[in-house]
Design a protein around this ligand. Structure first.
Ligand code: ZN
Ligand code: ZN
Ligand code: ZN
Length: 772
């Protein structure tokens, strides 16, 4: 029987080869019909024998091109007795006037596809060794878009006029390069050049071969990638790695390493479970994996760390560099100085990376928007985002319900922004630490660019309550829009709720380093009873002073002194443990006086600072060189045993508050820990007992809160959950105790995911007061 059906597909289905794919699927089955772009995606009309049409509908999502992301697919019958959807046996791609009006989802930048890779290394292909080979299934998108709609004139490819051969591919619906906007070749496309350290062009026949010899000689080469410059050195050469560290002024913070293929990856890291799939995924994130003691990679690449961040090449240029140099691994770190944003423009790179790079491998396809590499970890079969950026942005996080358009401006560190429209929450790429001027201007750029290409005019701006955050100050200067302040840890929990599509109220554990509290103190070890609209603080770590404010974050020994003085008074100075013996007494006296008089010693319930105190006490680290270093190294020091001993914590009712408000006392924990230190228990065992103690304490707390609230769902969020052992064990123990546990996967649990939570909270608050 002949049938006719209409199929409405929404999601990322434009600019990703979807229409030619449908064309091939239909003509291959001799079905008649049309496909056209619509504002939401595409609409297909299809006619033919019922069985064949059904087969077409079934296969449609299953075999879609790699970049397509179908979010909904609605099929309904059309009367067959109408004029056939097309004049005869053909299937047509309809180019309507509406095409120019079309507003739809934009694809992220993705890695070179297997077809293009085959051509790249095929001496008979016309694009043999062409560093910008791409097709509709791969290549740059987000970082080359100036404006919408996404077609060539609104990208940085506008200046390159396609040669006849490229144009023929571009116009042929059956070609893999049909409407591939960055399509190019040796004849007509961008070119690579090698520049010296001052930006002078080096005349040579083969810039890539020259760059390779530089790397072999141990030099630092700045390489222009998809979302910015990398600084590259041969990762197997300790002296080159040391030179890069020194020039980049990056002390001890791990470098990521690019390896040529999966086999090379398996030589230096443990590739269990999902790891190979994630490494080879089109997003090509940096994946944190357990290091092997291979002897290939010097320790200095990731000192004091059991993990190494590795990734596979994702541009044709990367593949050419690695293949032609025969490198086992290249350090590929963001082209910037310490925490500044990554450099993208050729001249900007020469200026900003002056003195860092010996060579610049540049090209003339402009990067319009910087976008750092994404970082994920794979544990327990789950991939979690640590930094969600290239390859993922601007794919939205899909929300459960439509909501008002909100611009959420994120926090201060690891900043991202978030724009919502309907059911879509678009998080920006990693913007970075707003404390420095360059990041702050990138913050403006990211807002402006995202609003333009997504065509979102927010009704509400959501911001953190911290009065000193640059993002907060910026938000408060905006006019003609509603403003909503959102408490930091409420935003963390709401972020977790939103990506898990939760409604109602949950028990939320928000553990991190720093967040401005509703009482003006610095929170960070919080149990909330939260919904989107509001929250109640159910419990928190007992307050201790943060002596010296920001200095206490850089110098964990101050936190150890703070905790010891808080629990034991000046008596702690008599303790016969290495930590106390090595203290600088005049400095400690000053610190104690500061705390006693309440000078520059704000109160904090931060979980991150508790980790710092313990790390300093056991002698792991007195000063840090990068954020969370002490906590990371305390986790790394843990013994891999199955010891279950846990330091005790005590839950006490909050003295002044009404019911249901608890303070988590850390005194028993420190007593037990000092006991162990006195008995020379190993640091590895102490670290494990400390982690176990936190887990046991929070399971006990959850059980208590379940009794009083009848809530059984627990959300875990905050930067502390980047700690693998803590998050896996807490999730497991809560599940064993019958809780439904929700964690973050799509966006980071750290401050990189904060903007999502701010957006959904602000929208809910506005609904609550009837604004929306
Ligand atoms: Zn391709
Ligand atoms: Zn061409
Ligand atoms: Zn936070």
């Amino acid at each position: 029987m002949e049938v006719r059906r209409q199929i409405d597909v929404s999601g990322i289905v434009q600019g990703v080869g979807f229409r030619p794919y449908v064309y091939r699927l239909a003509t291959g089955r001799r079905l008649r019909g049309t496909i056209r772009n619509t504002p939401a995606g595409v609409t297909i009309e299809i006619q033919g024998p019922e069985e064949t049409v059904q087969d077409f509908v079934d296969r449609l999502p299953a075999e879609a091109p790699p970049l397509a992301r179908i979010t909904s697919l609605a099929v309904h019958d059309l009367p067959c007795d109408d004029v056939p959807c097309n004049d005869d046996r053909h299937f047509l791609i309809v180019h309507s006037h509406e095409d120019e009006e079309v507003r739809t989802l934009i694809s992220p930048d993705v890695a070179i596809c297997p077809d293009c890779l085959g051509e790249l290394f095929d001496p008979n292909d016309r694009r043999y060794r062409y560093p910008f080979i791409n097709c509709t299934n791969c290549g740059p998108r987000f970082t080359i878009i100036r404006d919408i709609p996404y077609d060539r004139p609104s990208t940085s490819m506008a200046m390159f006029r396609m040669c006849p051969a490229c144009l023929a591919e571009y116009e042929n619906p059956l070609d893999r390069r049909f409407h591939a906007q960055p399509n190019a070749c040796w004849e007509c496309g961008p070119r690579v050049e090698l520049w010296d350290k001052s930006g002078g062009k080096i005349e040579c026949r083969d810039p890539i071969a020259e760059a390779v010899s530089g790397l072999h000689a141990g030099l630092v080469v700045a390489v222009k990638g998809l979302g910015g410059f990398h600084l590259a050195v041969d990762a197997t050469k300790a002296a080159a790695v040391a030179r890069l560290r020194e020039r980049k002024r990056r002390v001890e913070k791990p470098f990521a390493v690019m390896v040529p293929d999966l086999r090379a990856a398996a030589g230096i890291c443990e590739l269990d479970g999902e790891a190979p799939t994630v490494l080879q995924s089109i997003q090509r994130p940096i994946v944190l994996l357990p290091k092997k003691s291979s002897g290939v990679i010097p320790d200095d690449v990731a000192p004091f760390n059991r993990y190494l961040g590795i990734f596979l090449p994702y541009t044709p240029l990367h593949y050419l560099l690695l293949a032609e140099g025969g490198f086992k691994a290249l350090v590929m770190t963001s082209g910037n100085l310490s925490e500044e944003p990554i450099a993208i423009d050729n001249r900007e790179a020469v200026d900003r990376l002056h003195g860092l790079a010996d060579y610049f491998l540049v090209h003339n396809r402009d990067i319009l928007l910087r976008c750092d590499d994404s970082v994920v970890r794979v544990a327990g079969g789950v991939t979690r985002q640590l930094r969600r950026s290239r390859g993922f942005v601007p794919v939205p996080v899909f929300l459960k319900d439509d909501q008002a358009s909100v611009l959420a401006v994120g926090g201060e560190l690891k900043n991202t922004i978030c724009l919502t429209k309907g059911k879509h929450a678009f998080l920006s790429q990693h913007v970075g630490d707003l404390e420095n001027v360059e990041s702050y201007s990138f913050f403006h750029e990211a807002i402006e660019h995202l609003e333009r290409i997504l065509e979102i005019r927010p009704e509400i701006i959501a911001y953190d309550l911290h009065p000193d955050y640059f993002s907060t100050k910026w938000a408060l200067q905006q006019s003609g829009v509603k403003l909503a302040g959102v408490q930091h840890h409420h935003a963390h929990i709401a972020s977790c709720m939103a990506e898990n599509h939760l409604e109602g109220r949950v028990i939320g554990f928000a553990l991190d380093g720093t967040g401005y509290g509703a009482d003006g103190n610095i929170w960070g070890g919080e149990a909330l009873i939260a919904g989107y609209e509001d929250f109640e603080r159910a419990a928190h770590f007992e307050y201790v002073p943060l002596p010296g404010g920001a200095a206490a974050i850089r110098e964990p020994w101050r936190m150890a002194v703070s905790y010891l003085a808080h629990h034991f008074g000046r008596e702690f100075l008599k303790l016969d443990i290495p930590f106390v013996r090595q203290l600088n007494r005049p400095k400690v006296d000053l610190l104690l006086r500061m705390m006693e008089q309440g000078v520059n010693s704000p109160l904090t319930s931060s979980c991150g600072r508790l980790f710092d105190a313990v790390a300093a006490l056991v002698g792991i680290r007195q000063k840090v060189n990068y954020e969370a270093q002490a906590a990371v190294e305390l986790e790394m020091a843990m013994a891999s045993s199955d010891e279950d001993t846990a330091y005790p914590m005590k839950l006490a009712p909050e003295p002044v508050a009404e019911n249901n408000h608890w303070v988590i006392s850390t005194r028993p924990l420190f007593e037990a820990l000092l006991d162990d230190l006195g008995r020379n228990v190993s640091v590895a065992a102490i670290s494990r007992r400390f982690h176990n103690g936190l887990v046991a304490g929070f399971v006990e707390l959850a059980t208590l809160l379940r009794k009083t609230t009848a809530l059984n769902r627990v959300c875990l969020s905050g930067g502390t959950f980047h700690n693998v052992y803590l998050s896996e064990r807490l999730e497991a123990r809560l599940s064993e105790a019958g809780f439904e546990v929700f964690t973050q996967k799509e966006v980071p649990s750290g401050d990189g995911g904060l903007s999502l939570g701010q957006a959904v909270v602000a929208a809910a608050k506005m609904r609550g007061v009837g604004v929306n």
